[in-house]
Design a binder for this molecule. Sequence first.
Ligand code: SF4
Length: 247
Amino acid sequence: MMRDLPFDLDDTRLQAELERKVAAAAELLSDIARRFEPAALASSLGAEDMVLTDLIAKHAPAIEVLTLDTGRLHAETYRLLQQITDHYALRIRVVYPSGEAVERCVAEHGINGFVNSVASRKACCEARKVEPLRRALAGKRAWITGLRRAQAATRVGLPLQEYDAANGLEKFSPLANWRVQEIWAYLHLFGVPYNALHDRGFPSIGCEPCTRAVMPGEDIRAGRWWWEEPGSKECGLHPAKRRQAAG
Ligand code: SF4
């Protein structure tokens, strides 16, 4: 069942703006599929990535959709993963961390050591997210993310396209200029499945121990690593420093 929205889906200005942005994102994805094969969407299974998954299924099915199973996800996220598999003809590739790397990290920092320091948290993110993503992207020419500028202080200057030096390939954020209302309008209008946690106050969903619900009016990233300063709240998948601003 779809959630009640705090805005009017029939608003003609919203619909016109959404139509324009959907057309631009669909064109960009088709272009990426043509010019940067092989390319992949690295999906966190959040609302933005569900918009992209739907757009890829409709306009650019050659783009691979992959997601990282860190081993610490919410039960609701695993349910959504199965729902996507049932809903779309496309298959999501599920990428796992190296068992040895996780064992080493747990031996050094503890099973929940990520709350003790930013360094311990980054070591866990490195073992469970960053290295598996690097491995999944090896051999790709481009990757796609659902990042938006309005999501965080660290994402204000987010371009549509940039060179990701860490992974050695182009990185695209087709929803960089989308507003949160447009994300939810899209999911509703096209009946796209989404994580049930979004209806329980989770605007941003990651690993279970590192994600909590936020209060109305709180920053949308306040529920991620809430014990850290805002400036350190990236897991290493999306470093804040960028070489090129193209959008
Ligand atoms: S989000 Fe938390 S549990 Fe997940 S990889 Fe990072 S530190 Fe580990």
